[in-house]
Design a protein around this ligand. Structure first.
Ligand SMILES: Cc1ncc(COP(=O)(O)O)c(C=O)c1O
Length: 464
């Protein structure tokens, strides 16, 4: 264990690694919504600023900026591979907009035959569930009552579909409960049954060390988004062995994907170019790659140890809030590792009311709702399955009334710069809300103030 992380952090990190320099956040606000989006590291901002004056078309010219940009883009791929311990001769890095985009790219890169099965789990974000339904038969392994995943249940599913399972698509960390499936064991299992494994690492890559190859074990495909790993929006990476990306026509076609085009035929380029239609988002790749380098330098083992300490503190604090129901693993000692994501509800209050009270009365940002994981949230809430007819009626109601709320939860998610004080401030705020759930005095005024602040900041972005 790292010497600086075996005690509760009392103030903003007293760690021996240098406090990761984040871009300035909004003063006075506590951000506990890192599972949605992380702030950018200042080294990421510096890298983008350094590239900004010189960018040009990647692979599209002989000019200085174009050649520089091509070189830079290639370096970005190498930085991603370094973080994951990939092999540049065997692995390719495909850049795309985000994890969702890249799962769609992957789902159209794999050559599925009729009857082929993709095994998905009940833990998945919609982005690692819906794309597979469009390209193959999907078999589901449901989560247990706490949102965990049984490897035996996964194996039983492989046995049921023996010989037809082409892929296991599984999250590296649940965006609802922080649960960490044992992806090493699952990789072994998939390979034993002749399938490949895809790991949705959107919630994993900035929290735990992730290696494509560890001894005999190998992950076939991994994808993640820049905006959940301290780079801004617009870029994500998908990594896997080259041959897997060269079997089919790409998901999106167009400029940059072809070596030759006639009036009625085209010949695709090799991966990753085949998968990257249109002019590449060089600055997005720079941001993501610089974040990869920063995470490598910080040492994700230390990041993880610190996060575990804070998560224990959060679990104990939330358990002491009167009327709080916590979902996910009930173990506050974290005997099984999890990332710093904790969902809960407060008795007598809707999830959105709690999030609103935290934001307006206490300056704390969290997320509420179903977190794009409706099957898992429904299971954790213990809601009964509805009939086909009820689902259709509910979907129609939600379509017509966008303000209507599904049952859901409040989610707290920790990040690199979350402090022990911030966790305590959240728990204290929740105790106050539980004691008196009525909107606090002055909330309307604070809402008005917030609107003014936002208007001023929007104007500032476009000034002068
Ligand atoms: C586990 C997981 N997978 C996939 C996604 C989708 O990521 P993006 O919206 O960046 O495509 C998310 C986003 O929250 C997620 O948490």
């Amino acid at each position: 264990m790292h010497p600086a992380t075996n005690s509760e952090p009392s103030s903003r990190p007293s760690l021996s690694w240098s406090d990761p320099p984040l871009c300035e956040g909004t003063p006075g606000y506590v951000n506990l919504d890192h599972a949605a989006t992380t702030p950018a590291l200042s080294v990421v901002k510096q890298a983008v600023d350094a590239a900004l004056p010189y960018y040009g078309g990647v692979h599209r010219g002989r000019g200085f900026n174009s050649e520089l940009s091509t070189e830079l883009y290639q370096r970005c791929r190498m930085e991603v591979l370094e973080l994951l311990g990939g092999d540049p001769l065997r692995h390719v890095v495909v850049f795309g907009r985000n994890t969702t985009d890249l799962i769609n790219v992957l789902s159209h890169s794999i050559a599925f035959d009729p009857g082929d099965v993709v095994v998905v789990t009940g833990l998945e974000h919609h982005s690692n569930d819906l794309p597979w339904r469009r390209v193959a038969r999907v078999a589901r392994v449901e989560a247990d009552a706490h949102g965990g995943l049984s490897e035996d249940a996964v194996e039983a599913c492989f046995k049921r579909h023996r010989g037809r399972v082409k892929l296991l698509a599984v999250t590296g960390a649940s965006n609802v409960t922080g649960y960490l499936p044992d992806i090493g064991l699952l990789a072994d299992l998939a390979h034993r049954y002749g399938a490949k494994i895809f790991v949705d690492a959107a919630q994993l890559v900035a929290h735990r060390p992730l290696r494509l190859v560890a001894g005999e074990r190998e992950l076939d495909f991994v994808a993640f988004s820049g905006h959940k790993m301290y780079a801004p929006f617009g870029s994500g990476a998908l990594v896997g062995a080259r041959e897997a990306f060269e079997q089919r026509a790409p998901f999106a076609s167009g400029g940059g994907t072809v070596s030759l085009v006639t009036s009625d035929r085209q010949w695709w380029l090799d991966a990753p170019h085949r998968q990257e239609a249109g002019t590449p988002n060089l600055l997005g790749a720079v941001a993501l790659a610089r974040a990869c380098r920063a995470l490598r330098t910080l040492d994700l083992r230390v990041v993880a140890e610190r996060e575990r300490t804070l998560t224990r503190r959060l679990l104990r604090g939330l358990s002491a809030v009167p009327g709080a129901t916590l979902y996910g693993s009930p173990d506050p000692d974290l005997r099984r590792d999890r990332v710093g994501i904790v969902p809960f509800n407060l008795r007598g209050l809707e999830h959105a009311e709690v999030a609103e009270a935290l934001a307006l009365d206490h300056g704390i940002s969290v997320r509420s709702g179903c977190f794009c994981a409706q099957p898992l949230v429904t299971r954790l809430l213990g809601r009964p399955e509805l009939s086909e007819l009820d689902y259709a009626a509910l979907a129609s109601h939600l379509r017509k009334r966008p303000d209507a709320r599904m049952p859901g939860m409040v989610r707290v998610s920790l990040g690199l710069c979350t402090s022990g004080e911030e966790v305590d401030r959240l728990c204290q705020a929740l105790c106050e809300i539980a004691a008196d759930p009525r909107p606090s005095q002055g909330r309307d005024e604070r809402r008005r103030q917030r609107r003014n602040d936002i208007a001023r900041m929007v104007a500032g972005v476009f000034a002068p």
